[in-house]
Write a protein that binds this ligand. Sequence first.
Ligand code: PMP
Length: 357
Amino acid sequence: MSRFLSSRFADIEPYTPGEQPQDMQYVKLNTNENPYPPAPGVIRLINEAQTSRLNLYSDPTVEPLIQELARFYKLRPGQIFAGNGSDEVLAFAFLAFCDRERKVCFPEISYGFYKVFARLFNLDDARAIPLKADFSIDPEDYVNCGRNVVIANPNAPTGLSLSVQQIERIVKTNPGYVVIVDEAYVDFGGKSCLELIEKYDNLLIVRTFSKSRSLAGARLGFAMGAEGLIEDLNRMKFSFNPYNINRLTMLAGVEAVKDRTYFEDCLKKIIKTREESALHLMEMGFEVLPSKANFLFARHPALKGEAYYRALKQRGVLVRHFAQPESIANFVRITIGTPEQMEILLQKTREILHQEG
Ligand code: PMP
């Protein structure tokens, strides 16, 4: 830290991203990426002609992508905002809607960035609400709570999800506050609350291309909500980084949305692999939370979470382990890979249980 850093940020604890080794030596099941490549159209399009245009600024309105998303989700373009990953969309939402008067709350165990944004934007009285003993979110904690709400649905790292009715009750009973539903993983079997956005002007749905659309490296996310909320997000963007979506990423996004068949095929494969992998892990004695995401959150009575994570890493398989909070320290989060990758995970796990269990 230099002596010039603003004292506001002196004690900030930045988000710790999952390990991203670049040498491909691991079976990488640690950051919830899609194991399948982007849609064929994406790969065809990012060619020499397109890269040669990188001397020109990208389109600050991101219009072709917004149009394509509007068609796909049957919305008006004014109901959609695009960001540099959903991390940026979430950051703009925190910046736009949360302050000392409009405080924020979110589940204590959820996507780690919510806490970091709260700190970065000086929301010192952000409230982290504990999960129930079974690791689910209790929607009653958020009903009439008099705060902005941020909920990941399905939640991470648990994979557990709330119903549309449960989310609707939260949105309906907090009409003076924004309810941000982070649907990063919803395509893998959760129920989206998209149908509610015509009805409520305080619901903002945040999505990403990083998981179900195989574009984590392109950095693309979006939000859907009432036109007023989208205008507010654009106000943030045009006051911060108007060219937030680069040329290649915008083209990749358009092509990925166009190819509905490829998208649905990938989802089907991942869901099938998830269900099969969960069964195999349970057969080995793991407790596996019922996941609607592209990962499993699992623990074994004879294995400490950290030891399992390390033993897998030694054997070339990366998963995610959270040392804190204590209540989840014995779990690991396993991203669903290809059937072949999952077979390696299962085989290494059997070996570890044999030796250490
Ligand atoms: N929300 C949740 C719940 C996530 O797990 C992640 C990915 N780690 C994100 C948002 C951010 O994804 P991205 O910035 O890649 O769109």
